[in-house]
Design a protein around this ligand. Sequence first.
Ligand code: RB5
Length: 148
Amino acid sequence: MQVALAADHAGFFLKEKAKEFLQEKGFTVKDFGTYSEEAVDYPDLAAKAARAVQQGECTYGILFCGTGVGVSIAANKLRGIRAACCTDCYTAAMAREHNDANVLALGTRVTGPGLAMRIIEVFVQTPFAGGRHLARLEKIRILEEKEL
Ligand code: RB5
């Protein structure tokens, strides 16, 4: 499974931790930057990784900024992207199981590295439940079609 990673300067620290963590677990990681703590604009980075998910190059995207909020808002502007900003494992599991989220957003200034790696692990390991949730996702797709 290939995972797209991207961060702004504030998220850089957790992105580096996540890269190491995922590679140790056998995932192939595609790192879309940023590559230092020099200030950049989070929508640019979020869009690069989200685009790789949208185009099927990567199964999931994991985005990082100060809070996870900015990158999730930006990623959700791309058609077919369902980005979830998570600060706990339960939300990450439900984001996959119920919402079939394909992008996880985390905040370096909010979530410590230990918890962040657990959230990532839960996210990439939890399957979508399908069933009744499919009709709800279809409604989201229709909203997207009308609005984007
Ligand atoms: C950068 O200072 C910060 O605004 C950004 O990383 C993010 O938290 C925005 O949502």
